[in-house]
Design a protein around this ligand. Structure first.
Ligand code: AMP
Ligand code: MG
Length: 424
């Protein structure tokens, strides 16, 4: 059994806000998360077969060179370039053939004398005495010799040892999520058991007396729980392990028991609903009671206060109940925070500027995210900004970000667009 290395626990005050702060600007809120959160998942070496989509817990260092030895890039004939002398380009050269051949995995054991050539195949280690390979299509082959036109450069059609990767070279950075190409790179560099983090497990809890399960008949005032399938799906697309803890009514004791269960089974918890300061905002009341909770009033729209807390040492992201706000808060705040908890590097989503396909006047004070998509090179926004309009989330293919300050956008003005994929 290999030992699992567990990171130290998060600090009790990791979600505290500076005293006297009222509305925290988005960048400041992100800066606080960035400074205070770190990996919570254990790390251990694991085979490549288990590495895809996992987070590297340490930099990966090449154990051997790629290629390990000089070899041929083509099927052809190898020889020592210096032994050709200095013929004028275009003159005919004839080289007698050395008996035998070099193939990938089956090297030629002998030495190729100067002035002779040997049959080599793609991937074959260059035999001693060979530094250049001529493509088979460029030669005429006789029974015991080959002929070709002068003009080939020294080293042609060969790969140098270590031209791709040198032994001891860092080939992959800590915090990276392993891709299929990374598997190829590690395999070629002789790495078979990289240090990997356990997958981040994230519990999802919906709260609200009005919520029922899709597929069941709805009574008066009841709505189907839309946030839970969305959040579970997002977590899966982030590469984490979602843990479904179902729905909880607006009842403090049930919520307490569910949070306890969540803390026992997951490394982080996402709740939705009940995060404000109202009578039925039990999530925020309960987290407050437990201490180590801060209600973050982030200057963002859509998004009511976000409740951040530790429950039994496990970070809780208390998201707003409105599905639109829940999604935006997840992408903008929970996403980068979860990355750090999972052991990934901090990464701002990569967006790009597009000409606006809409007009909009915005007051100063809050950063705003609009449901948007790109059509004909322009950013279109959803017709309604209502934060209960779930159809707009589905219509959209990303978010347009409007700056904190006042702005008056006319069609054609540049706006920043983040495709949903940039948050993955
Ligand atoms: P709350 O944050 O609990 O005050 O909820 C704000 C709004 O979001 C209310 O209209 C809720 O009914 C709605 N809401 C809360 N949770 C969900 C959910 N899981 N799915 C759909 N709507 C929800
Ligand atoms: Mg509620």
């Amino acid at each position: 059994m290999t030992e699992k290395l567990r990171p130290p626990p998060l600090r009790d005050d990791c979600f505290a806000l500076p005293a006297g702060v009222d509305w925290t600007p988005v960048d400041e809120a992100l800066g606080l998360l960035r400074d205070r959160l770190g990996p919570v998942c254990a790390a251990s070496p694991a085979p490549l077969a288990e590495a895809l989509g996992r987070v590297l817990a340490a930099p990966v260092v090449a154990e051997r060179a790629n290629p390990p030895s000089p070899n041929s890039a083509v099927d052809g004939y190898g020889f020592a370039h210096a032994s050709l002398g200095a013929p004028e380009a275009g003159t005919d050269i004839t080289l007698p053939l050395t008996e035998g051949r070099a193939a990938a995995g089956v090297p030629f054991a002998g030495h190729v004398p100067p002035g002779q050539a040997i049959r080599v195949l793609t991937g074959a280690a260059l035999p001693e005495g060979v530094d250049t390979v001529i493509l088979e299509e460029d030669v005429t082959r006789g029974a015991t010799a080959i002929a070709f036109r002068a003009g080939i450069k020294p080293g042609a059609n060969t790969r140098r040892a270590g031209e791709d990767v040198q032994p001891g070279q860092e080939i992959l950075a800590q915090g990276r999520v392993v891709t299929p190409a990374d598997l190829a790179l590690m395999a070629s560099a002789g790495v078979s058991r990289p240090m990997l983090r356990d997958r981040l497990r994230v519990a999802v809890i919906s709260t609200g007396d009005e919520l029922i399960e899709p597929g069941t008949p709805a009574g008066p005032g009841q709505i189907y729980d839309a946030n839970r399938p969305m959040l579970l799906g997002l977590l899966r697309s982030f590469g984490y392990e979602p843990v479904d803890l179902g729905r909880v009514p607006d009842d403090r004791e049930t919520l307490r028991a569910t949070l306890d269960r969540a803390a026992g089974q997951a490394d982080a918890i996402l709740t939705s609903g009940g995060a404000s300061a109202g009578d039925e905002d039990h999530v925020s009341a309960l987290l407050q009671e437990a201490g180590a909770m801060t209600r973050w009033r982030i200057a963002v729209k859509p998004g009511r206060p976000l409740a951040l807390a530790l429950w039994g040492g496990v970070p809780v992201f208390g998201l707003p109940g409105n599905p639109v706000a829940a999604l935006v808060c997840t992408l903008i705040f929970a996403r980068p925070a979860l990355r750090l908890l999972a052991g990934q590097s901090w990464q701002a989503p990569q967006g790009f500027d597009l000409p606006a396909g809409f007009s909009k006047r915005k007051k100063p004070g809050r950063r705003e995210y609009l449901r948007a998509r790109m059509r004909d090179g322009r950013a279109e926004v959803f017709a309604s900004e209502g934060s209960g309009r779930i159809s707009g989330l589905s219509w959209a293919e990303g978010l347009v970000e409007l700056p904190d300050g006042e702005i008056d956008i006319a069609p054609g003005d540049p706006v920043r667009f983040y495709p949903y994929g940039s948050f993955l």
